[in-house]
Design a protein around this ligand. Structure first.
Ligand SMILES: [Zn+2]
Ligand SMILES: [Zn+2]
Length: 280
């Protein structure tokens, strides 16, 4: 008989003949359960470690196996391990999209609360990073590769990521109103002479002035948050999935509804990547 077999026999005997001790040990073991997500590494990876109830572990494994399988069938050709890792995020996000139902026990009234989802990533990037001249950006004080940042920006699953551009303080003269004072319009149009949309040449003097972060979401009426957009492209930003981020004065990173990236600067527009298949 091996030591492991002997060990199992002893455990079984304790459960059988000393159920109180077995229960105490079970409760003690429960206190050692945990689930932890590590900090990000330079590749944008985090390590998840957990000690969980076996039933929970089994359910979790079944759920990620199923999600990984579906991804494979839908044409994701990455490895099973990679698909299982993606499955963890997909499952977590699905949960965040679910409404939280609570019932008032006395009145029977049901309240629905949507957890929503908001990831705040303090990314530090410049146009040199995105042009490939500087391969490193930062998340907080942690370096991350440009490729990883591009992937985050492109991901449709994470559209609610908020990226705060590093603003030029010299350009900051906010006013409280939504209405843009003429001196601000003048400053904005002299900084950028055309519409800020990729490949658009409509002169800035004929453009609307767009609040990059909408005023109702706390975006200031301040040159650092104001950019010229022609009527057509102003509407594209308001009513479709076109999004932009100003990097440095006069430089913009646009994301198309299909996740393509465009860098717009005084010298023109540059598509950052060839088109690629959209993930399922
Ligand atoms: Zn400002
Ligand atoms: Zn335009």
């Amino acid at each position: 008989m091996s030591w492991a077999q002997l060990d199992r026999l002893i455990t079984e005997a304790i459960i059988r003949f000393d159920p109180e001790r077995a229960e105490a040990e079970r409760q003690k073991a429960q206190e050692h359960r945990f689930c932890d997500v590590s900090e990000v590494d330079e590749h944008g990876n985090a390590v998840i470690t957990a000690v969980v109830d076996i039933a929970d572990g089994h359910d979790f494994n079944t759920a990620i196996a199923r999600e990984a399988e579906v991804r494979g069938r839908l044409g994701d050709d990455s490895s099973l391990d990679a698909r299982r890792a993606q499955a963890v995020g997909a499952i977590a996000r699905r949960d965040l999209a679910l409404d939280l139902l609570t019932t008032d026990e006395t009145t029977g009234e049901i309240t629905v609360r949507s957890a929503g989802r908001k990831v705040l990533m303090d990314l530090h990037i410049t146009d040199t990073t995105l042009r490939g001249e500087n391969p490193v950006g930062r998340w907080g004080d942690k370096p991350v590769t440009t490729a990883q940042i591009k992937q985050w920006l492109r991901s449709r699953e994470t559209t609610s990521i908020i990226i705060r551009p590093v603003i030029n303080l010299a350009d900051c003269i906010p006013v409280d109103s939504y209405e843009i004072p003429d001196r601000h319009k003048h400053r904005v149009r002299s900084r950028r002479h055309t519409c800020s949309f990729p490949n658009c040449t409509t002169p800035a003097v004929k453009c609307d002035i767009d609040h990059e972060i909408p005023h109702r979401k706390g975006g200031p009426t301040c040159p650092c948050n104001l950019h010229p957009l022609c009527r057509r492209h102003h509407r594209a930003k308001t009513f479709s999935e076109w999004r932009y981020l100003s990097l440095t004065p006069g430089h913009f990173l646009w994301t198309s509804p299909h996740g393509r990236l465009f860098l717009v600067g005084p010298g023109g527009t540059r598509a950052l990547d060839p088109p690629r298949a959209i993930e399922p």
